[in-house]
Write a protein of this length. Structure first.
Length: 144
């Protein structure tokens, strides 16, 4: 009677391990609502650069109209607007880089925790197998 129960327990354990392995290897679904998707960041950076130039152009045109000067303020403020846009784009890129580094560190930590868990389970299984072997050896010795 002990053999079928032992076999059932082994099958249950094998089924649990297979499910755990499938879950570990299953593709992780990305968060589609994430504020730092690649396309979203590309559009954000492009708009920051263009808007900076446009704001500079508007300010320069306004000052030229106010003072009645040649388009000197327009040219100067367009350049300043693009410089401000580039500075903003650099900040956005740095923000994205920090976010990605934090996510990578979190994934690495989760992978290490899963590896430690698998190692602990393997050690536990080895101990259980050794105990079962010792038990079988003791039963065999009693029968003799």
């Amino acid at each position: 009677m002990g053999a079928p129960e032992e076999r059932s327990a082994k099958l249950d354990e094998l089924d649990r391990r297979i499910r755990a392995a499938r879950e570990a290897r299953a593709p992780k679904r990305g968060n589609t609502g994430d504020k730092f998707t690649a396309a979203g960041m590309a559009w954000r950076m492009t708009l920051e650069l263009v808007v900076g130039g446009m704001v500079g152009a508007a300010m320069g045109w306004g000052l030229d109209a106010l003072f009645g000067t040649l388009p000197i303020f327009l040219v100067v403020f367009i350049l300043l607007g693009f410089a401000a846009g580039i500075r903003t784009v650099m900040r956005s890129a740095e923000e994205l880089q920090k976010t990605q580094a934090a996510e990578a560190a979190k994934e690495k930590q989760a992978a290490e925790a899963a590896k430690e868990k698998r190692a602990a389970e393997a050690a536990e299984e080895n101990q259980a197998a050794e105990a079962a072997e010792d038990e079988q050896a003791a039963e065999a010795a009693e029968e003799d």
